[in-house]
Design a protein around this ligand. Structure first.
Ligand code: MD6
Ligand code: FE
Length: 207
């Protein structure tokens, strides 16, 4: 008997999709606890615009954006306290996904949590605020679906579209680590557990 579905789909060299790899409802319990310590907020871009997605973080450092720029900080600027610790289940999921994609010993020190509602989006960007580009980024999607797009080493050009749904994991490493990518404007939808919302968790080795 063959496989009923692909468990590792290569999107481009260095980038793989693990369909349905994550147990999204178990992750949701942890997200709720993280939000009570470090609430969701809309970060500011360098040009002074508010991002349409809401974010928070957990781990030793969290991603911070304001008019000064984009960086990782040990303290949440909203609360003045340390970010909530990375739950052991987050570490386990992200390192096992990285391992499945061919990256042994991935040990993230930060998880950026993005919250999308219909109409929100993420413009084309590179993830380059981390010190170590040899480590991949592991991305986990929960809730309603979204169309993710990958451009390449330049901001403009032909894009590859990947439709991400609940439980899907993307591992972004090797030659694709610094490729431009983003998320198209979310279409209205409803997820039986999460409601009309998408979450994306990105695990990084920031320092
Ligand atoms: C998202 N993801 O899926 C946004 N970045 O909502 C990202 O920006 C991303 O999926 C780096 C690596 C993987 C990603
Ligand atoms: Fe990104």
């Amino acid at each position: 008997m063959g496989e009923l579905f692909d468990d590792v789909v290569t999107i481009c060299p260095g980038m793989v999709l693990l369909p349905g790899f994550a147990d999204s409802q178990a992750l949701d319990v942890e997200i709720k606890a993280i939000r009570e310590v470090s609430p969701l907020r809309r970060m500011q871009t360098m040009r002074g615009f508010l991002m349409s997605v809401q974010t928070t973080s957990c781990g030793q450092v969290g991603w911070v954006a304001d008019r000064q720029g984009y960086r990782y900080e040990a303290l949440d600027p909203l609360t003045g306290n340390a970010w909530p610790a990375m739950p052991p289940s987050f570490l386990k999921l992200s390192s096992s996904a990285a391992h499945r994609a061919g990256f042994a010993d991935f040990l993230p020190d930060s998880c950026l949590i993005n919250h999308y509602e219909p109409g929100t989006q993420m413009g084309a960007h590179q993830d380059k605020d981390e010190v170590d580009f040899d480590s991949p980024i592991v991305s986990v999607s929960l809730g309603i679906g979204a169309r993710f797009f990958v451009v390449g080493p330049e901001r403009k050009g032909k894009t590859t579209a990947v439709d991400l749904s609940d439980g899907d994991v993307v591992v972004f490493g090797g030659p694709a680590r610094q490729y431009y990518h983003g998320v198209r404007k979310l279409k209205p939808a409803n997820h039986p557990h999460f409601g009309p919302v998408r979450w994306n968790l990105t695990f990084r080795k920031a320092r």
